[in-house]
Design a protein around this ligand. Structure first.
Ligand SMILES: [Zn+2]
Length: 241
């Protein structure tokens, strides 16, 4: 069982708030959609169905890694990203990552799962692997957004999730670096967990992160998976920035 649950490391008080206080607040102040400000269904709080369905989709969600064009020799073969990066996605992802709105993984992950299911290449994926957070960042944030996303994608694709990777070096947020720095910032930041020994039995891994920018985060993780025996890796993200 992975230690990076969506609600881990929380105090009894915070858990009690989750059971009693938040439902009460939902009742008093019904959840509303972040984009249109109308009320949102409780199953997919923060994003209503209408807004979910008008988010812009990429014309071609799956592209060969080399078309990500960062001058990197990628260790993953394909990038899959179903959404275009516009101001709505930017707002949703910012809230998803930095403002404790991990429940946005539900509508977004569902949509990713549904589009993945229709893609013949992605039908060959055996397992999902979330990009890990450093324990310090995890304590700050309280959840790993890539794991939240993986869970929802897994729910809608029936794919299992494994977490063989760990982050061994604390780095500043990629967003704080320029393009060149991003490419080197993550060198040796990840490793394979000892419990996964040296070989992963799955052939085709779907590596999951929220955004693919230069692809350097996904690439550092893919290098390790490849070394551990994974033959094929598809980098799955909400958007390609
Ligand atoms: Zn809406």
């Amino acid at each position: 069982m992975n230690s990076q649950n969506t609600q881990p490391g929380r105090s009894t008080l915070e858990r009690a708030a989750g059971f009693f206080l938040f439902p009460l607040l939902d009742f008093l102040y019904p959840p509303h959609c972040l984009l249109c400000y109308n009320s949102a269904p409780s199953k997919t709080p923060l994003l209503c169905n209408d807004c979910l369905h008008i988010l812009p989709h990429t014309a071609v969600p799956l592209i060969p890694a080399q078309q990500c064009s960062s001058g990197i020799k990628y260790s993953f073969q394909y990038s899959f990203a179903p959404f275009e990066y516009d101001e709505h996605l930017q707002k949703l992802i910012h809230n998803f990552k930095y403002r404790n709105m991990h429940s946005l993984s539900k509508p977004l992950g569902r949509m990713v799962g549904e589009i993945l299911n229709k893609n013949s290449h992605c039908k060959n994926i055996d397992v999902l692997v979330p990009v890990p957070l450093h324990p310090t960042r995890y304590r700050e944030r309280g959840y790993n957004q890539s794991l939240c996303l993986s869970r929802e994608i897994g729910r809608h694709t029936d794919l299992p999730i494994i977490s063989p990777l760990k982050r061994i070096r604390y780095t500043k947020k990629q967003a704080t670096y320029n393009r060149e720095q991003r490419l080197t910032n993550l060198k040796n930041a990840f490793a394979l967990k000892r419990s996964f020994a040296s070989v992963i039995e799955y052939k085709h891994v779907g590596l999951v992160d929220d955004v693919l920018t230069t692809g350097s985060t996904m690439n550092e993780c893919a290098k390790i998976l490849k070394k551990a025996g994974v033959k094929s890796i598809t980098a799955i993200s909400l958007v390609r920035a």
